[in-house]
Write a protein that binds this ligand. Sequence first.
Ligand SMILES: [Ca+2]
Ligand SMILES: [Ca+2]
Ligand SMILES: [Ca+2]
Length: 353
Amino acid sequence: MQKSSVLKKGLIVGIMLVFIETSLAAPISELGDQIDQQNSDVGSSIGSWFIYDTHHHAQEFKPTLDVLTKVAVYVDREVDPPNGLIVSIRESLTGTDLASIEVPKDAIPETTPEWIIADFQDLQVTPGQSYYLVCRTIQGAYPGELYAWWRTPDTNYPNGTAYHSVDSGGSWYTGDDDFLFQTYGQMNTPPTAQTFLGPTWGIVNVTYNFSITVTDVDGDGIYSTWDWGDGNTTGWSGPYPSGSTITAQHAWSHKGTYDIKVKLKDTYGNEAPWSDPHQIIIYELKKTFMTGRYTNWTVEDGFVTINAESLWTVHFKPFAFKHHVTGEQIMFSEAYKGVKTKRFLLGMFTIAE
Ligand SMILES: [Ca+2]
Ligand SMILES: [Ca+2]
Ligand SMILES: [Ca+2]
């Protein structure tokens, strides 16, 4: 601590002199990225903290955009550190890095601070929640490994404060300052599904295909999960490119009416709500003796539907018989053994019910 304080004071005086010349330097904005949070008035800087060995530093911030794409820090390096500056994002100061990148030492100017971009893997964040921008180096290389992160008084940035650690991030204390930093982000929209295709009825233990077309307005990859309405849900599969048609298949082991739903998320983990249900009725097939009068013999997909007028059906396992009257519909396999006229039938049928 003592050593760093002495070093720091000396350095601040030295750097303040060259400060005026560099204070107009501004971070570069990339296409699509917007500046979200910042404390970037380098003119109000009151010096710097050293980053080396076990001395880590952090700036709390609260994003308003839901994808954090990169950050900029106002830093310089002393002499010739053997390693780069590690810049990471955390949800808690003592937690793990959600995103991280090592900025090579050659990208950081000696003695004169500049805005340095740390472009890590884009990260989905929760707007309004506190996050921490942490700067550190690899431990054990003091005093050669030394970076300085410039700061302003605490009042400059309203949505957080600076934190400091001398034990490699094991414990942190707040300073009366804010670091000079900028965060960049983008808005992200969850994917949407169109054109839910699939059968509306089927038979127990037969596998059916269902498909949806998926779109993400940001062009992100898309993952899907399917809820079959019978207690079975698939895991996430993907990512599929925006504009793809995703197909999934399922068989139901009991008769009934089931609501099939699909949920999508993009590669940032931004989830859409469950889709509107696509209903399917699943029938069981039973060998049945049937005789009597009917109307309207119609065939579709290998199954016949008739309207009962006065029909008797007899099941054998278990034994049951039933009289069907006008208004009842009966569906059975096109393959049957028996005889029929335009109004009358008699034989063994495979009924779906
Ligand atoms: Ca990025
Ligand atoms: Ca503050
Ligand atoms: Ca998206």
